[in-house]
Design a protein around this ligand. Structure first.
Ligand code: ADP
Length: 189
């Protein structure tokens, strides 16, 4: 199964993706995690992406499209994959569609986790205060910038995928188990 998880920062995409990995046996592809690893390792990609990520802005489409193209070629993606944090713009979605089509694949479901901004801000504050591995973009100001980038650049993907008949919208507020059950139901798995 080929899935996309959509939703604002802090919506719980990463956590839910990990559960899906365990239960469906397909890999999670998180562009945020791949980029954070590149920053940590000081690679050219990391040097380019780091300052943008730190400011809560999106990194250029070409960079993330390249990352995902490479990742999707790996063997473990043959039976399916869970995209978490990609695509985040219409050009990224177009690039993904073209790439998949060329290899005879397609997206099966796009799951959008709906969480109001106030809840997101509270979650990010909590994550910043309690997590071991601190993220430099988990401050209230940077969270606002990320929410703005989401509203302006990523939220339009909802109508994009709705038109394609792929969008499954669900309430992302609630217990993790409850949200996970909604996701499983939405994807029929
Ligand atoms: P969150 O969803 O909490 O904002 P992510 O880990 O998905 O966190 O992403 C962290 C940062 O990495 C983003 O704010 C952005 O700068 C960059 N990033 C991740 N994925 C993409 C993408 N598909 N396109 C552009 N930038 C991205």
């Amino acid at each position: 199964m080929n899935l996309i998880l959509l939703g604002p920062p802090g919506a719980g995409k990463g956590t839910q993706a990990q559960r899906l990995v365990a239960d469906l046996g397909i890999p999670q592809i998180s562009t945020g995690e791949i980029l954070r690893a590149a920053v940590k390792n000081g690679t050219p990609l990391g040097k380019q992406a780091g300052p943008l990520m730190d400011a809560g802005k999106l990194v250029p489409d070409e960079l993330v499209v390249g990352i995902v193209d490479e990742r999707l070629k790996e063997k473990d993606c043959a039976r399916g994959f869970i995209l978490d944090g990609f695509p985040r713009t219409i050009p990224q979605a177009d690039a993904l569609a073209a790439k998949l089509k060329a290899s005879g694949k397609a997206i099966d479901h796009v799951v959008s986790l709906e969480v109001p901004d106030e809840v997101i801000i509270e979650r990010i504050k909590h994550r910043a205060a309690t997590s071991v591995e601190k993220r430099s973009d988990d401050t209230p100001e940077k969270a606002q910038a990320r929410l703005k980038a989401y509203a302006e650049q990523t939220a339009p993907l909802k109508s994009y995928y709705a038109k394609a008949g792929l969008l499954r919208t669900l309430n992302g507020v609630g217990a993790l188990d409850q949200v996970y059950a909604l996701i499983r139901k939405a994807i029929g798995a």
